[in-house]
Design a protein around this ligand. Structure first.
Ligand code: GAF
Length: 377
């Protein structure tokens, strides 16, 4: 029996990559692809999780879609089955840890978000769970607090050392807008972003190469940034103002720390420039900033891969105004800002380039900023 239906979107990050665990700036927008949860309370203290998308369950850890039954009062990080159910189970655990009185529930998920595509299917799964369960149990939780609970689930329960961007995007984005988020104090602002209104399209290119954040490379980048900040005597790389970057770089002796620092500081600068351009109504002007961001992620942060680089190169060669990988990297998706009239041409060129390189055929579609998490019925 269902008591309601909720949905939470995946996100595309327009700009501001690998800055959210450095107290930095990000600017994601929500996708119209979502995870939908049909939910009801249970009075036997059991959390029953089921996904229609088995075996590619939302959260996408490749495990079957359940049903999995867990005792809510026995939830603890590291116990129970590992896999996609860690995300919703982690949310129940984190809510209860924070003192919120939530109990048993039946949750059935259906997803239109590809897992492992760098579009935050895990965050969508967490946020839809938090929204459904808190509403079912009458727990009042602001969206910022909800994002923090979901990040705790992801970090402490699912074991992925991610930042706060994806959960905040899924919980707080608004249709027709990108979300300017300062991860230092979690202040946020909706920035109008409607490519179609400017005669543009934002192509999303899913390379089909799966990434996984609980594996080493993401955590290594994070640790590298923290050690660079420590070497400079700072709490985080955010504390370096743009004009002080050259000085900071001369004080770092380790070349990896230098490269990570250069990316984070210049990326914060790009977020500000993209925000300023969008607020001034100059959507085309963000193209070169996207491309610059890709070069920085590829060369300094070293989180790209041949498929993402090819997607960007082929899109630009076919006339895209700008292109970059989006999300954590090591696979997943790229974005390309194109004239609406060039949409088919650019998509066709990217597909041909992938075929010539013997890469798997990418999935390409136009993404428009959609609404954040909400109740459907
Ligand atoms: C992943 C993480 F989940 C985010 O927190 C963020 O760090 C992103 O990679 C890189 O910008 O999506």
């Amino acid at each position: 029996m269902s008591e309601g239906v909720w949905e939470a979107p995946g996100r595309v990050n327009l700009i501001g990559e690998h800055t959210d665990y450095n107290d930095g700036l990000v600017m994601p927008f929500a996708l119209s692809r979502t995870v939908v949860a049909t939910a009801a309370r249970r009075d036997d203290g059991i959390l029953r999780l089921h996904s229609a998308d088995a075996p590619g369950a939302p959260g996408g850890q490749g495990t079957p879609g359940g049903p999995v039954e867990l005792r809510v009062d026995a939830l603890a990080p590291g116990r129970g089955p590992r896999g996609w159910t860690d995300y919703p189970a982690g949310v129940l655990w984190a809510l209860r840890e924070a003192g919120h009185r939530v109990g048993g529930a039946d949750l059935h998920y259906e997803s239109t978000l590809p897992a492992g595509a760098g579009l935050s299917s895990s965050a969508a799964l967490e946020v839809v769970t938090a929204l459904a369960v808190t509403e079912l149990y009458g727990v009042e939780l602001g969206r910022r607090e909800m994002a923090l609970i979901c990040r705790r689930a992801e970090n402490a329960y699912a074991g992925a050392p991610t930042g706060i961007m994806d959960q905040t995007a899924s919980a707080c984005c608004a249709e027709g807008h990108a979300l300017y988020l300062d991860t230092r104090d979690l202040s946020r602002r909706q920035i109008p972003f409607d490519p179609a209104a400017h005669g543009l399209a934002l192509l999303l290119i899913d390379t089909g190469v799966k990434h996984a954040h609980s594996t080493g490379a993401y955590g290594e980048r994070r640790a590298g940034c923290e050690s660079a900040a420590a070497a400079l005597g700072l709490g985080s790389l955010r504390e370096i103002p743009q004009e002080e970057l050259p000085g900071a770089l001369t004080r770092l002796t380790d070349p990896v720390q230098r490269a990570l620092t250069r990316h984070v500081v210049t990326e914060n600068g790009r977020v500000e420039r993209v925000r300023a351009a969008l607020e001034a109504g100059r959507a085309r002007a963000i193209g070169p900033l996207l491309t610059e961001g890709h070069a920085s992620l590829r060369d300094d942060f070293a989180v790209s891969c041949p498929e993402l680089d090819l997607a960007v190169r082929a899109a630009l060669a076919a006339g895209a105004l700008g292109a970059r990988m989006t999300g954590g990297g090591f696979g997943g998706s790229a974005i390309a800002l194109v004239e609406a009239s060039a949409r088919e041409r650019v998509a066709g060129s990217v597909e041909r380039a992938f075929a010539e390189a013997s890469f798997r055929r990418p999935e390409i579609f136009a993404a428009a900023p959609a609404a954040g998490a909400r109740r459907l019925s």
